[in-house]
Design a protein around this ligand. Sequence first.
Ligand SMILES: [Zn+2]
Ligand SMILES: [Zn+2]
Ligand SMILES: [Zn+2]
Ligand SMILES: [Zn+2]
Ligand SMILES: [Zn+2]
Length: 290
Amino acid sequence: MLQASSRCVVCGRPGQLIFYKDETERYCQTCFDKLKSCSSCGRRIREGHQNPGDAALYCWKCWEQMRICAACGRHIWKWTSFGQDDEEVFCSTCVADLPRCAACGSPAARKAVLLPDDRHICHRCHQTATYRADKAQDDYDEVYKILIWRLGLNLKTIPKLSIVRQDELSRIAQDVPGATKLLGLYSPQSQGAIIYIIIGLPANLFREVAAHELGHAWLSENAPHIADKELTEGFSEWLAYKVGQCLGDSRNLQLMKEKNGDYGRGLRRMLDLEKQGGVAAVMRMFGATV
Ligand SMILES: [Zn+2]
Ligand SMILES: [Zn+2]
Ligand SMILES: [Zn+2]
Ligand SMILES: [Zn+2]
Ligand SMILES: [Zn+2]
């Protein structure tokens, strides 16, 4: 009697059988020659895994090691991630074709939210996004407290907060260069200053934008003579950075440091100053008595 294990696993015929690599299954020569190959590792396989509509066939070992595109669900070897972790990854097609989240830049896939101003917010950013005025006000107040406690940055008058759509802000800020891309704006007005911040920003970004605009409010009270944008944007961005540090928002901190133009250059200048003389050195540069 032949034992079951000495028969070809495909056709069931007994005879000279071949073991293949580390597999436990045995094949007769005829069936072995008909096996397909994994497109990735070349391993011979009876059945493979495929992305729908793709010619490529994968063995289960490769299939299991591949990542899954968070937008289209395809198994992929090469991916791009946009978060501070690799929790969500995207294939090149989705990166190229899908609209991007206005907050984090990742492809806006399933469960993304389309705001009334046509911005997309991905589902991860949506989880903490600020849509309601009362939540926005709480976060705004919290940011102001952080600025007082950490930096002694007191304001005589705290600007009123107004949450607006992005198209509204571009209209309000029509004289400002790059108005269509603004996230926030400090606007001095005869009846009292207003800080505008666009709706739908994830919590950390909202707080950093609030800190930045409160920086402009502080400058207008304490250093109105400084007009150099590298200094004013640099200082405001540095406040956003300090708040980001408190929040442990490492990804945005990195992005802020890498920015071009007055924002990034100014921030890097403030951080150098801070490295040499501490927070007080930066505050003193703008005339604060600390
Ligand atoms: Zn066989
Ligand atoms: Zn393989
Ligand atoms: Zn995809
Ligand atoms: Zn996002
Ligand atoms: Zn600014």
